[in-house]
Design a binder for this molecule. Structure first.
Ligand code: 4AD
Ligand code: MG
Length: 435
């Protein structure tokens, strides 16, 4: 392609006093106004109005192609920038050169389409403004997590996705054929991080986790990106501090890096400033459960806190809360019972405010080999099936803690989205694995 001027990005053109520009992008919307074409053109950095007047474009054939080009066709235009307060972004480009790079077929996405249809054409729907905000939000949260972990001296490690056995309970395991055997997709990298932590002390990972949960909620996926960490020589208090400072640090990152996305999604930055600057309150399960019980009288001590209960508990908060000491019977065998109150474990869930609910599950690990194997047997599990994990307690075991954060759930709350799908490009749910 000939280019008179090097390519400019729309975002730069809107921000800086540029007089002449050459843009490449897609036609987001188009109007034909008495022979003048008006496009809303987008590229990876923004959107701008482009005015194509026949009299200004010497190449008549190119102008004819442009006139016929359908929505989402890819195009290149060169011309002069003019300030115009009516145009989105305050400027418009008056084109003197236009070229249709690819004349697209009729775009299948119009207005008022069902959520299911939009999921069928997800590969194209990614181009919509709302999806672009969700993807940028997600990227900032991933980056914020990496930045936090690195700033605290945590070393990034990788755990396998093919595993043999459950971490979070046997009913939610996917099975995969593996050379004549059956193996599982991992539910959590935790056990591997515990092994790494005995070598490197402070480790973290960002990886998919898989859950065969038949949950159809706005916060469950069957495959989600899991931010996990593990810390040797640490207990519940340090863990709760880590959780709180991590969320604050990611909120700060999001505020600094994506003010435009926050504005677009309607999240008031002052709310996140408050998250950064306010101490998070800490409650025992007993206290949280009592709040939920007022609205749900059938709830008994020892029941898990479901989505509706967490909504009730968190709806009047505007910063997250930490809930610790859940009933032992509720949590997987690896949680360490509190020696002072063994009917509860030394764990901490972080619940996002405004009804959003759980974003982190974390806790102290049972690090004594006898306690751990007894906990397994109590839950009907065989220690032999967890050979290498039990082994970690035989050679210089130390107190340690760790946790897992659902990055998509965190992004949904921070940016005030409604649904986990809003921040995931190709969400996997019970009835959808395509596109
Ligand atoms: O509470 P969970 O199940 O805890 C664990 O997996 C621990 N092994 C983590 C650890 O200690 N290393 O999951 C942790 C977090 C949840 O708080 C939630 O944010 C997210 O992972 N999560 C999901 N996100 C989306 N869809 C799902 N189905 C999820 N299940 C858990
Ligand atoms: Mg949990």
């Amino acid at each position: 392609m000939q280019q008179q001027i090097p390519r400019n990005m729309i975002g730069d053109v809107l921000k800086h006093p540029i007089k002449e520009a050459h843009l490449q992008g897609w036609i987001k919307r188009k109007r034909d106004f008495k022979g003048t074409l008006i496009w809303l053109m987008r590229d990876g950095s923004g959107e701008i109005q482009v005015v194509l007047e026949e009299k200004n474009i010497p190449d008549k054939q190119s102008f004819e192609h442009a006139r016929k080009a359908l929505m989402e066709s890819s195009v290149a235009v060169s011309g002069t920038l003019k300030e115009d307060s009516r145009a989105p972004g305050g400027k418009e480009l008056h084109a003197s050169v236009v070229r249709v790079i690819h004349a697209g077929e009729e775009f299948p996405i119009g207005r008022d389409l069902s959520e299911e249809f939009l999921l069928d054409v997800r590969h194209l729907w990614l181009r919509a403004g709302k999806m672009q905000h969700g993807l940028r939000a997600s990227a900032a949260v991933f980056e914020g997590y990496h930045t936090w972990c690195k700033s605290q001296g945590y070393i990034e490690v990788q755990a396998p996705m093919f595993v043999s056995g459950a971490v979070e309970g046997g009913n939610e395991l996917f099975e995969v054929p593996y050379f004549g055997k059956t193996v599982n997709l991992t539910q959590s990298s935790q056990f591997y991080l515990e092994a790494y932590a005995m070598a490197l002390e402070k480790v973290y990972t960002v990886a998919p986790s898989f859950r065969a949960e038949p949950s159809r909620t706005r916060r469950h996926l069957t495959e989600f990106w899991h931010a996990e960490w593990e810390t040797a020589w640490s207990g519940l208090d340090e863990l709760m501090d880590f959780n709180e400072h991590m969320i604050k640090s990611i909120a700060k990152h999001v505020l600094e890096k994506t003010p435009d996305v926050l504005k677009a999604t309607g999240r008031d930055p002052n709310t996140l400033e408050k998250v950064v600057n306010t101490k998070f309150q800490r409650f025992t399960y007993d206290e949280a459960f009592e709040v939920a019980q007022r609205k749900f009288p059938e709830l008994k001590w020892g029941d898990d806190l479901q989505e509706a209960h967490e909504r009730e508990i968190t709806k009047d908060f505007d910063v997250p809360i930490l809930v610790h000491h859940y009933p032992t019977q509720l949590k997987p065998f690896y949680h360490r019972p509190d020696p002072k109150r063994p009917e509860t474990v030394l764990c901490c869930d972080v619940l996002a405010p405004e009804g959003y609910g759980e974003i982190i599950g974390s806790g102290e690990r049972s690090w004594d080999v006898n306690e751990l194997t007894q906990r397994m047997r109590n839950q009907g599990l065989k220690p032999e099936d967890f050979g290498w994990y039990v082994d970690l307690r035989k050679y210089g075991s130390v107190p340690h803690t760790g946790g897992g954060l659902g990055l998509a759930r965190l992004a949904v709350w921070l940016y005030k989205f409604d649904h986990i799908r809003d921040v995931v490009g190709f969400p996997r749910t019970m009835n959808r694995v395509a596109p």
